[in-house]
Unconditional design. Structure first.
Length: 151
């Protein structure tokens, strides 16, 4: 999919927001939702999305929406740092298929980085067999939630 185009209300994150699909939620406020990536590149890989803006990528989202997302990204990165003690944290996002985007609802990745390499991006396998264990994701989400600092 191109960097330009219309927002598809049937994308998987829109379905998560409408509760038509499950997610392992880590954090939610009035405007943003953070949940565990089910094909994680590392232990504790999370995604942050806007709950109300129908933006496909960074070019579409309002500056206000972006600010709200990045506030949550910082909050969750801090919590992941406390809870999981990674060696570093990668914050990233992709715009358009050729750049690596696979889900067309704007999102920011929070990827804790430990010694060694990362698993490949959005590695879903032929039958979704790259999917993380749900119990493990729930456990990580609980750990990160317990380290959230209120501001
Ligand atoms: P991107 O390729 O930047 O659009 O990222 C999409 C991300 O969503 C990838 O890291 C996928 O592993 C992740 N993903 C796909 N489906 C789901 C899902 N149902 N729940 C959580 N994460 C997902």
């Amino acid at each position: 999919m191109s960097i330009d185009g219309a927002y598809d209300t049937e994308n998987i994150f829109a379905k998560i927001l409408r509760e038509e699909m499950p997610c392992v939620k880590v954090y939610e406020d009035e405007n943003t939702l953070a949940f565990m990536d089910v094909f994680p590149q590392s232990r504790g890989h999370m995604l942050v999305i806007h709950k109300h803006e129908q933006a496909r990528n960074l070019l579409d989202i309002s500056s206000c929406g972006l600010k709200q997302i990045m506030k949550s990204v910082q909050k969750l990165a801090r919590a992941a740092n406390i809870a999981l003690s990674p060696d570093g944290i990668i914050i990233t996002q992709f715009n358009g298929g050729p750049a690596g985007q696979t889900v067309y609802h704007f999102h920011v990745h929070i990827i804790p980085k430990y010694h060694g390499g990362l698993k490949p991006h959005a590695q879903m396998g032929d039958n979704g067999d790259g999917m993380a264990d749900r119990d493990e994701l729930n456990m990580l989400a609980t750990q990160i939630k317990s380290a959230l600092i209120t501001d």
